[in-house]
Design a protein around this ligand. Structure first.
Ligand SMILES: Nc1ncnc2c1ncn2[C@@H]1O[C@H](COP(=O)(O)OP(=O)(O)OP(=O)(O)O)[C@@H](O)[C@H]1O
Ligand SMILES: [Mg+2]
Length: 409
């Protein structure tokens, strides 16, 4: 079928043609935003889920909805090697300047801009473009201690106050939160904790891998009660069917009976894979009005090849041989999540303690621990990929184990 008309959108953060199965999350987030805009107490929200489930898409959707209602949004994405300050300072500056431009009293916003200047001085970061277009100085004693956990709450409080003065609501959308170092995540949590009882119109929607929940809890034990944690999971069979049928239906195309079931079996409801299978089966279809079961079967090999070469391989290539072996062993086990003891037995190491290989996989965020003694992949269907790519598990001999430090795995 005509690839120019293909409605599907595989990609990172690419809005799907039909956002299905997420109404609860969206309406709960918008309720929180709406309450905070009315200066009422509301718990901020954190979305967690595996790679490609649609977290970024949700942040963008919430952003669009907030902007439609004239709210102000700040979107930031953490990444390895970037400091949170470098990300936040420019967006906070932009938000304060746009509040400053709104008709009305200027004093409060200017005061908040002074806090931003103090914050920048305290943080001793070089921010090249901090210009306001008018002359103001910092506000000594506020947000300038150089201690992020003390200064960030000052800054975000100042931002919230400026928004309140201009009757604007602000939503901070923070993606890939699992990349924040502990001190930065702590400071962010403390800031939200500070702002919540003040009933300022500032709301946070964060997103990250499943590890984030434990990280937040580790950073501040009250994080569990401070936020609404929402798990973004795979779509149900029915939602998978809607995600495929609705976009093509709008273009006068339908799936043959049973065709979407095959896609569900292959994708197990994971949104990114649904978009890939949808896109390829559309392109493969010969008829201008129907996508057949055969089209899906014909597309499958190409989709898997594409996923193996891109989505899975970029992650695989960052692994050491021992890490690959560990992930391959996880794939061998029937149950998911895998028991660490059983994985250790398969790779030929003892199960006691925290092994260095497992630790490095946790650090690389290839796996996470849903609960004590269990591990799972952060990338959906990674086990199937490992089975396709690495035919056999390598058992580590005792000698080698001692040399490579795998003993306590
Ligand atoms: N509810 C949905 N229905 C259908 N497709 C969806 C849905 N949510 C997301 N998608 C599709 O899934 C893909 C991945 O979405 P997104 O990039 O938001 O995932 P993510 O969870 O942020 O992944 P990562 O952890 O890798 O950043 C996109 O192609 C998007 O169009
Ligand atoms: Mg994302």
């Amino acid at each position: 079928m005509d690839p120019y008309k293909n409605p599907f959108s595989p990609g990172a953060g690419a809005l799907p043609p039909e956002l299905v199965g997420r109404n609860d999350i969206i309406s709960q987030a918008l309720l929180g935003v709406g309450r905070s805009a009315r200066f009422m107490s509301s718990q901020s929200m954190i979305l967690t889920g595996l790679r490609g489930v649609g977290k970024t898409v949700l942040l963008h959707t919430i952003k669009n909805e907030v902007e439609k209602k004239d709210g102000l949004t700040l979107f930031v994405e953490a990444s390895e090697g970037k400091t949170m300050l470098g990300l936040l300072i420019p967006v906070v500056r932009r938000a304060l300047l746009s509040l400053d431009r709104i008709e009305g009293v200027k004093d409060g916003v200017r005061e908040s801009l002074r806090v931003l200047l103090s914050f920048i001085q305290g943080a001793k970061v070089k921010v090249s473009d901090v210009e306001f277009g008018f002359d103001i100085g910092p506000k000594p004693g506020t947000a300038d201690s150089g201690n992020l956990e003390a200064d960030l709450p000052d800054l975000l409080e100042a931002l919230g106050k400026a928004a309140k003065e201009k009757s604007k609501s602000i939503v901070l959308l923070f993606d890939e939160l699992q990349y924040l170092p502990k001190a930065e995540l702590s400071a962010l949590i403390v800031s939200i904790h500070r702002i919540q009882p003040l009933q300022l119109p500032l709301y946070l929607v964060g997103a990250g891998l499943p590890t984030l929940r434990g990280m937040a809890d580790d950073a501040k034990s009250y994080a569990e009660r401070l936020f609404i944690f929402k798990t973004v999971g795979p779509l149900s069979k029915q939602d998978t069917a809607s995600a495929l049928e609705q976009p093509v239906g709008k273009l006068g195309v339908s799936f043959e009976k049973g065709a979407v079931d095959i896609i569900y079996e292959n994708t197990r409801g994971y949104p990114y894979f649904i978009q890939e299978w949808g896109q390829q089966s559309w392109n493969t279809a010969q008829s201008p009005t129907i996508i057949t079961k055969q089209d899906i079967l014909d597309s499958t090999e190409q989709v898997i090849e594409k996923l193996d070469e891109s989505f899975f391989k970029v992650r695989f290539d960052r692994l050491t041989e021992a890490e690959k072996n560990y992930l391959r062993a996880m794939a061998e086990l029937k149950e998911s999540p895998s028991r660490t003891g059983e994985v250790a037995a398969l790779v030929g190491t003892s199960s006691s303690g925290r092994g260095p290989v497992r630790d490095s996989l946790l650090k690389k965020r290839m796996i996470y621990s849903p609960s004590h003694g269990l591990v799972d992949y952060t990338v959906p269907l990674f086990g199937d990929f490992m089975k396709r790519t690495v035919p056999k598990i390598r058992k580590v001999s005792r000698n080698k184990r001692e040399k490579t430090g795998l003993e306590s795995e």
